[in-house]
Design a protein around this ligand. Structure first.
Ligand code: ADP
Ligand code: MG
Length: 238
């Protein structure tokens, strides 16, 4: 399961409301992309869903449970950051196994899950290396591996490819899309890159200053943008 509903949620930082009342429904198994310019509130929205920030008002429901009553670690969500957040002194195997070790799984069970994730991510030959001995793309795969072993109900990606060069970004975009096809798990993917949004999403959520300008499939947004902002941002001819 991985159905997420945001009902009239708002977020203030001090006196500033960065998310005015917002409604959104994400269906189980969907690949949803939040796209919009820097500072429009994409990361804040993701952090609210993950429970890394509290909503100022409104409700978040994850699979019919009120998320405010579920601590972040129990929400069944796994977040992948732009900065990878790997442990430099640990091997790739230990990095990927980290959440399993924290959960108290025995070594054999840890290794089985790490091996399976490594296979999906083409990391089998790199499990004994340290993050410093890997390319940027491989490091991001390790970060994704660490999310996969938790078998989350939804993956939350915050601009995971921003630190990679253009050619590698295209590769990783395909890999993440393939991963979604394999796992069929809900994915929420934040980016300021229109091409990523158009090529990866089942559903795109276009944000500007904390407000949803439009929600729709890439084709819908392209052919029937609701306003000039969406048209300009998505690059449609309207
Ligand atoms: P995006 O990820 O789309 O670039 P963010 O969600 O990071 O945007 O930020 C949205 C707005 O909220 C920005 O104006 C940002 O300055 C502000 N903001 C984000 N986090 C904080 C914080 N912890 N304290 C104060 N303001 C914040
Ligand atoms: Mg951000």
């Amino acid at each position: 399961m991985g159905q997420i509903t945001l009902k009239q949620i708002t977020k203030n930082f001090g006196d500033v409301q960065v998310i005015p009342p917002l409604d959104l429904r994400i269906d189980d198994g969907e690949f949803v992309v939040f796209v919009g310019p820097s500072g429009c509130g994409k990361s804040t929205l993701l952090r609210l869903i993950a429970g890394l920030e509290d909503v100022t008002s409104g409700a978040i429901t994850i699979d019919d449970r009120d998320a405010t009553e579920v601590p972040p670690a129990k929400r069944g969500l796994a977040m992948v950051f732009q900065s990878y957040a790997l442990y430099p002194h640990m091997s790739v195997r230990k990095n990927i196994a980290f959440p399993l070790r924290m959960a108290g799984l025995d070594k054999a069970a840890q290794n089985a899950k790490v091996d399976a994730a490594a296979k999906v991510l083409n990391l089998t030959d790199y499990l004994d290396r340290r993050p410093g001995q890997l390319s940027g793309g491989q490091r991001q795969r390790v970060a994704i591996g660490r999310a996969i072993v938790r078998e989350p109900d939804a993956f939350l990606f915050d601009e995971p490819l921003s630190n990679l060069d253009a050619a590698l970004r295209v590769n990783m975009r395909l890999e993440i899309s393939e991963l979604h096809q394999t796992l069929k798990t809900t994915m929420i993917y934040v980016t300021h890159d229109q091409v990523e949004a158009m090529t990866m999403a089942d559903k795109i959520v276009v944000l500007q200053a904390g407000v949803i300008e439009q929600v729709g499939s890439p084709l819908e947004l392209y052919h029937t943008p609701r306003n000039k902002f969406v048209a300009g941002f998505i690059g449609s001819p309207k």
